[in-house]
Design a protein around this ligand. Structure first.
Ligand code: ADP
Length: 160
């Protein structure tokens, strides 16, 4: 029970995600960030780009890993015998969606549970989509994302 996956789009990974990961590593001995395709979201970064940025961002944490899965999170979890997912909660607006997803996953695999960790107050309104919007307009993003992500965003939007 001491390993977990942290599934998400991570498009791109932000300090909010990393704050949840840091908290999760206090609870679990190993956490895999699982880059999952969200069919409702058009992604800015490719799987390779996301995995490269995440690998660099988690480089200081030997108990953190990154992987990719194109399908149901519970299928990945079952294949790897991991029964716990970690998700982050920001404002109450996250709650409805997260609750629905956690219960759906549990009905797909009754042994599967989701643990919610609350973000640091300063990251409460930080999301990948806000970061993408600020970066697209050439705004300062270094307070939101690690340097490797800033670099990729500036390149993507032609500000490199
Ligand atoms: P998804 O498309 O699966 O929601 P995201 O990458 O947007 O993927 O989010 C993955 C998880 O990280 C979600 O549980 C989300 O609530 C959480 N998360 C995103 N940004 C933050 C943040 N600033 N603080 C805490 N948790 C966050």
């Amino acid at each position: 029970m001491d390993v977990a996956i942290y599934p998400g789009s991570f498009d791109p990974i932000t300090f909010g995600h990393l704050n949840i990961l840091e908290r999760a590593l206090d609870v679990f001995s190993e956490v895999t960030l699982l880059v999952a395709i969200n069919p409702n979201k058009q992604s800015l970064f490719s799987r390779e780009e996301s995995m490269e940025m995440i690998s660099e961002a988690i480089g200081d944490w030997p108990q953190a890993r990154v992987d990719f899965h194109d399908g149901l999170t519970v299928d990945y979890a079952r294949q790897h015998n991991i029964r716990t997912a970690v998700r982050g909660l920001r404002a109450v607006t996250d709650f409805e969606h997260e609750f629905a997803m956690a219960l759906t996953n549990r009905s797909l695999w009754p042994d599967f549970d989701t643990v919610f960790l609350m973000t640091k107050a300063e990251y409460m309104y930080l999301s990948s989509s806000v970061v993408r919007q600020v970066a697209e307009m050439g705004g300062e993003i270094s307070q939101f994302v690690p340097p490797c992500v800033s670099r990729h965003l500036r390149k993507k939007f032609g500000y490199a």
